[in-house]
Design a protein around this ligand. Structure first.
Ligand code: HEC
Length: 190
Protein backbone atom coordinates (compact mmCIF):
# COMPACT_ATOMS: atom_id res chain seq x y z
CA UNK A 1 0.00 0.00 0.00
CA UNK A 2 2.77 2.38 0.94
CA UNK A 3 4.44 1.76 -2.43
CA UNK A 4 1.16 2.40 -4.18
CA UNK A 5 0.93 5.91 -2.67
CA UNK A 6 4.56 6.51 -3.43
CA UNK A 7 3.98 5.50 -7.05
CA UNK A 8 0.96 7.82 -7.31
CA UNK A 9 2.97 10.66 -5.82
CA UNK A 10 5.83 10.11 -8.24
CA UNK A 11 3.41 9.96 -11.14
CA UNK A 12 1.78 13.25 -10.10
CA UNK A 13 5.17 14.77 -9.69
CA UNK A 14 6.37 13.75 -13.13
CA UNK A 15 3.08 14.92 -14.74
CA UNK A 16 3.59 18.26 -13.02
CA UNK A 17 7.18 18.45 -14.25
CA UNK A 18 6.16 17.49 -17.78
CA UNK A 19 3.51 20.27 -17.78
CA UNK A 20 6.10 22.71 -16.47
CA UNK A 21 8.49 21.66 -19.26
CA UNK A 22 5.78 22.08 -21.89
CA UNK A 23 5.06 25.51 -20.54
CA UNK A 24 8.75 26.48 -20.68
CA UNK A 25 9.03 25.20 -24.24
CA UNK A 26 5.99 27.26 -25.24
CA UNK A 27 7.38 30.38 -23.59
CA UNK A 28 10.66 29.86 -25.42
CA UNK A 29 8.89 29.61 -28.79
CA UNK A 30 7.06 32.88 -28.10
CA UNK A 31 10.18 34.62 -26.83
CA UNK A 32 12.11 33.56 -29.93
CA UNK A 33 9.33 34.85 -32.18
CA UNK A 34 9.34 38.20 -30.40
CA UNK A 35 13.12 38.61 -30.71
CA UNK A 36 12.96 37.68 -34.40
CA UNK A 37 10.18 40.23 -34.97
CA UNK A 38 12.08 42.97 -33.17
CA UNK A 39 15.21 42.18 -35.20
CA UNK A 40 13.40 42.09 -38.54
CA UNK A 41 11.32 45.21 -37.97
CA UNK A 42 14.34 47.20 -36.80
CA UNK A 43 16.44 46.10 -39.76
CA UNK A 44 13.65 46.89 -42.24
CA UNK A 45 13.10 50.37 -40.79
CA UNK A 46 16.86 50.99 -40.65
CA UNK A 47 17.48 49.95 -44.24
CA UNK A 48 14.56 52.04 -45.51
CA UNK A 49 15.84 55.10 -43.61
CA UNK A 50 19.42 54.62 -44.88
CA UNK A 51 18.15 54.27 -48.43
CA UNK A 52 16.10 57.44 -48.09
CA UNK A 53 18.65 59.77 -46.53
CA UNK A 54 21.87 57.95 -45.63
CA UNK A 55 23.02 56.67 -42.22
CA UNK A 56 23.19 60.09 -40.55
CA UNK A 57 19.48 60.50 -41.28
CA UNK A 58 18.77 56.96 -40.10
CA UNK A 59 20.13 57.70 -36.63
CA UNK A 60 17.17 59.94 -35.86
CA UNK A 61 14.87 57.18 -37.15
CA UNK A 62 16.63 54.56 -35.04
CA UNK A 63 16.52 56.77 -31.96
CA UNK A 64 12.73 56.97 -32.18
CA UNK A 65 11.93 53.65 -33.87
CA UNK A 66 13.87 51.24 -31.66
CA UNK A 67 12.00 52.04 -28.42
CA UNK A 68 8.76 52.42 -30.41
CA UNK A 69 8.96 48.95 -32.02
CA UNK A 70 9.99 47.42 -28.68
CA UNK A 71 6.98 49.06 -27.00
CA UNK A 72 4.62 47.83 -29.76
CA UNK A 73 5.83 44.24 -29.27
CA UNK A 74 5.58 44.48 -25.47
CA UNK A 75 2.05 43.26 -24.80
CA UNK A 76 0.19 40.34 -23.14
CA UNK A 77 2.60 40.46 -20.20
CA UNK A 78 5.74 40.41 -22.40
CA UNK A 79 8.55 42.97 -22.30
CA UNK A 80 10.84 43.18 -25.31
CA UNK A 81 14.13 45.06 -25.61
CA UNK A 82 17.84 45.06 -26.45
CA UNK A 83 20.91 45.29 -24.31
CA UNK A 84 24.69 45.20 -24.69
CA UNK A 85 28.02 45.27 -22.84
CA UNK A 86 28.94 48.39 -24.89
CA UNK A 87 26.01 50.76 -24.88
CA UNK A 88 24.94 53.54 -27.16
CA UNK A 89 21.73 54.36 -25.28
CA UNK A 90 22.21 54.11 -21.50
CA UNK A 91 18.52 53.17 -21.16
CA UNK A 92 19.49 49.72 -22.51
CA UNK A 93 21.72 48.91 -19.52
CA UNK A 94 21.88 45.18 -18.68
CA UNK A 95 20.92 44.00 -15.18
CA UNK A 96 22.96 41.34 -13.32
CA UNK A 97 21.49 38.31 -15.13
CA UNK A 98 21.73 40.01 -18.53
CA UNK A 99 25.32 41.06 -17.86
CA UNK A 100 26.26 37.50 -16.88
CA UNK A 101 24.55 36.09 -19.96
CA UNK A 102 26.29 38.57 -22.30
CA UNK A 103 29.68 37.57 -20.83
CA UNK A 104 28.86 33.89 -21.42
CA UNK A 105 27.82 34.67 -25.03
CA UNK A 106 31.17 36.49 -25.56
CA UNK A 107 33.09 33.46 -24.25
CA UNK A 108 31.15 30.98 -26.36
CA UNK A 109 31.54 33.11 -29.50
CA UNK A 110 35.29 33.43 -28.83
CA UNK A 111 35.57 29.65 -28.57
CA UNK A 112 33.94 29.23 -31.97
CA UNK A 113 30.21 28.78 -31.27
CA UNK A 114 27.99 30.38 -33.97
CA UNK A 115 26.26 33.58 -32.77
CA UNK A 116 22.91 32.44 -34.15
CA UNK A 117 22.67 29.60 -31.62
CA UNK A 118 23.50 31.64 -28.51
CA UNK A 119 20.55 31.93 -26.16
CA UNK A 120 19.75 31.62 -22.46
CA UNK A 121 16.62 31.47 -20.33
CA UNK A 122 15.63 31.32 -16.68
CA UNK A 123 12.68 31.72 -14.33
CA UNK A 124 13.19 34.33 -11.66
CA UNK A 125 11.19 35.09 -8.53
CA UNK A 126 11.45 38.70 -7.48
CA UNK A 127 9.36 40.07 -4.58
CA UNK A 128 7.03 37.08 -4.89
CA UNK A 129 6.53 37.67 -8.63
CA UNK A 130 7.56 34.93 -11.05
CA UNK A 131 9.14 36.00 -14.34
CA UNK A 132 10.30 34.02 -17.38
CA UNK A 133 13.38 35.54 -19.02
CA UNK A 134 15.02 34.87 -22.37
CA UNK A 135 18.03 36.31 -24.21
CA UNK A 136 19.27 35.81 -27.75
CA UNK A 137 22.61 37.03 -29.11
CA UNK A 138 22.80 39.75 -31.80
CA UNK A 139 25.84 39.57 -34.09
CA UNK A 140 27.21 42.50 -36.07
CA UNK A 141 26.81 42.27 -39.85
CA UNK A 142 27.62 44.61 -42.74
CA UNK A 143 24.37 46.62 -42.34
CA UNK A 144 25.52 47.67 -38.88
CA UNK A 145 28.94 49.00 -39.90
CA UNK A 146 27.85 52.51 -40.92
CA UNK A 147 26.91 53.25 -37.31
CA UNK A 148 28.71 50.67 -35.15
CA UNK A 149 31.83 49.87 -37.22
CA UNK A 150 35.46 50.93 -37.07
CA UNK A 151 35.32 53.60 -39.78
CA UNK A 152 32.22 55.71 -39.20
CA UNK A 153 31.74 58.61 -41.63
CA UNK A 154 32.12 62.14 -40.26
CA UNK A 155 28.46 63.28 -40.50
CA UNK A 156 27.36 60.02 -38.84
CA UNK A 157 29.92 60.51 -36.04
CA UNK A 158 28.63 64.05 -35.50
CA UNK A 159 24.99 62.95 -35.40
CA UNK A 160 25.85 60.16 -32.95
CA UNK A 161 27.90 62.44 -30.69
CA UNK A 162 25.04 64.92 -30.51
CA UNK A 163 22.44 62.33 -29.42
CA UNK A 164 24.67 59.91 -27.51
CA UNK A 165 27.52 61.70 -25.74
CA UNK A 166 28.43 58.47 -23.86
CA UNK A 167 28.30 56.23 -26.95
CA UNK A 168 30.42 53.08 -26.47
CA UNK A 169 28.87 51.08 -29.31
CA UNK A 170 31.54 51.74 -31.96
CA UNK A 171 34.57 49.90 -33.32
CA UNK A 172 32.81 46.59 -34.01
CA UNK A 173 33.88 44.13 -36.69
CA UNK A 174 31.55 41.89 -38.67
CA UNK A 175 30.71 38.79 -36.61
CA UNK A 176 31.31 40.45 -33.21
CA UNK A 177 28.71 40.17 -30.50
CA UNK A 178 26.81 43.46 -30.60
CA UNK A 179 24.45 42.59 -27.75
CA UNK A 180 21.28 40.61 -27.23
CA UNK A 181 17.54 40.73 -27.45
CA UNK A 182 16.13 40.48 -23.96
CA UNK A 183 12.58 39.27 -23.52
CA UNK A 184 10.60 38.56 -20.37
CA UNK A 185 7.11 37.63 -19.25
CA UNK A 186 5.45 37.99 -15.87
CA UNK A 187 4.05 34.58 -14.95
CA UNK A 188 2.13 35.72 -11.85
CA UNK A 189 2.59 35.46 -8.10
CA UNK A 190 4.61 32.61 -6.66
C1 HEC B 1 21.78 54.24 -38.90
C2 HEC B 1 22.66 53.93 -37.83
C3 HEC B 1 22.57 52.54 -37.23
C4 HEC B 1 22.73 51.34 -37.86
C5 HEC B 1 23.00 51.10 -39.35
C6 HEC B 1 22.62 50.33 -36.84
N1 HEC B 1 22.39 50.90 -35.62
FE1 HEC B 1 22.26 49.93 -33.82
N2 HEC B 1 21.90 51.68 -32.90
C7 HEC B 1 21.83 52.91 -33.55
C8 HEC B 1 21.31 53.89 -32.62
C9 HEC B 1 21.05 55.36 -32.93
C10 HEC B 1 21.05 53.21 -31.40
C11 HEC B 1 20.47 53.74 -30.13
C12 HEC B 1 18.97 53.49 -30.21
C13 HEC B 1 18.22 53.98 -29.02
O1 HEC B 1 18.34 55.16 -28.69
O2 HEC B 1 17.50 53.15 -28.41
C14 HEC B 1 21.45 51.80 -31.62
C15 HEC B 1 21.36 50.83 -30.66
C16 HEC B 1 21.59 49.50 -30.88
C17 HEC B 1 21.45 48.46 -29.88
C18 HEC B 1 20.93 48.62 -28.45
C19 HEC B 1 22.02 48.67 -27.43
C20 HEC B 1 22.65 50.03 -27.25
O3 HEC B 1 23.85 50.12 -27.49
O4 HEC B 1 21.94 50.99 -26.90
C21 HEC B 1 21.77 47.28 -30.49
C22 HEC B 1 21.78 45.91 -29.86
C23 HEC B 1 22.08 47.61 -31.87
N3 HEC B 1 21.99 48.96 -32.07
C24 HEC B 1 22.43 46.68 -32.81
C25 HEC B 1 22.56 46.96 -34.17
C26 HEC B 1 22.77 45.94 -35.17
C27 HEC B 1 22.91 44.45 -34.90
C28 HEC B 1 22.84 46.59 -36.38
C29 HEC B 1 22.97 45.96 -37.73
C30 HEC B 1 21.97 45.01 -38.12
C31 HEC B 1 22.66 48.00 -36.11
N4 HEC B 1 22.49 48.19 -34.76
C32 HEC B 1 22.70 48.98 -37.08
C33 HEC B 1 22.18 53.19 -34.82
C34 HEC B 1 22.37 52.25 -35.82
Amino acid sequence: MRYFFLAIMLLQCSTYLAAENDNMAQLEVQAKQLSAQLGLQLKARLQAAIKEGGPANAIAVCNVSAPEIAAELSKDGWTVGRTSLKLRNLANQPDAWEHETLLTFEQKLASGAPAAGLQNSTVEVDNGEKRYRFMKAIAVDTVCMACHGEAIAEPVQAALAEKYPHDAAKGYKSGDLRGAFTISKILGDE
